[in-house]
Ligand binder design. Structure first.
Ligand SMILES: [Zn+2]
Length: 299
């Protein structure tokens, strides 16, 4: 045995830990976002850099009045601006476990607590049932600020509950997707949600109930590979990035530089993945019109 081999063997036994418990090296973060200016009455638009009066952001639905850039919007705000009246919030009884005892730079339960404190939400998917004009429907939205909108078992539980509630009440389902993909802290349990959610959508289809997906910036990984691509209609917000693997990973694999607008909503519209790009100000009206048509209730 060489000196090197001896050293590495000693190292492994000395740590006495399984692969799950070894710390994952952290990736250096790029400085992109400007420092938060909580006490300032204006925010800089991430697209054009112009100042926007903070108190008017809600009225603009977080769309920049200067360049029309669609800024990040919370899941709760999306649902509250979609519905004219919210009747119920569903799935809050589901709480994530820690079956793998996963530790990256911190234990999974600690990370969850930090996310709950940061976002004020208990999980990365919010489900509501309510009225949109004369329609009653179930809608869910991913909270991207909650662990990158990653799909763990509770996100799966809540989505399946949303679909089953819609099925039982014979109502349509709408999903606003924004996700980095599966949740690595839940390993295989996270990947299983792709099959569970796909099966739930299939039951809706068999019952003839519409399922509309709104692709918002960004949608990637296991969410793209399951519930976000199984809609009867796929709407997308302007310039949203949508894909399975990220642009950089594909570039490294195919050894080619991929130019804009690769993976943008506009590119996917040209290639038949997206049915329509809808401005956020028109989203509510568009969803209502489409659902009325799909439910054969044309006005
Ligand atoms: Zn702007």
């Amino acid at each position: 045995m060489t000196t090197n081999e001896t050293a590495s063997t000693t190292n492994v036994s000395a740590t006495n830990a399984t692969w799950q418990h070894r710390a994952v090296p952290t990736i250096a973060k790029k400085e992109v976002a400007p420092a938060p200016r909580d006490n300032v009455a204006v925010v800089a638009c991430p697209s054009c850099g112009d100042d926007i009066v903070k108190s008017r952001l809600f009225e603009y639905l977080y769309v920049c009045p200067h360049c029309d850039g669609h800024m990040k919007m919370s899941a709760r705000m999306r649902l509250e601006t979609l519905f004219d009246r919210v009747d119920a919030e569903l799935g809050q009884e589901f709480v994530a476990g820690d079956q793998l005892h996963f530790v990256d730079s911190q234990p999974y339960p600690d990370r969850m607590k930090a996310m709950q404190k940061k976002t004020g939400e208990t999980e990365a998917l919010i489900v509501m049932q309510g009225q949109l004009n004369k329609l009653t429907l179930v809608a869910c939205a991913f909270e991207f600020d909650f662990l990158g909108g990653s799909m763990g078992s509770v996100v799966g539980d809540r989505f399946v509950l949303a679909a089953e509630t819609a099925l039982k009440a014979r109502q349509p389902l709408v999903c606003f997707a924004a996700s980095g993909g599966a949740r690595m802290q839940e390993g295989l349990l996270s990947l299983m949600q792709m099959a569970r959610t796909a099966a739930a959508i299939q039951r809706l289809k068999e019952a003839g109930l519409p399922y509309i997906v709104v692709l918002t910036h960004p949608v990637y990984g296991g969410v793209t590979a399951s519930l976000a691509m199984l809609g009867d209609i796929h709407l997308a917000e302007p310039k949203a990035m949508i894909g399975f693997a990220g642009k950089r990973v594909i570039e490294q694999t195919v050894r080619e530089v991929l130019q804009e607008p690769f993976q943008r909503a506009e590119y996917l519209l040209d290639h038949g993945v997206v049915d329509q790009i809808v401005h956020r100000h028109e989203m509510k009206k568009t969803i209502e019109r489409l659902l009325n048509k799909l439910l054969n209730l044309s006005l």
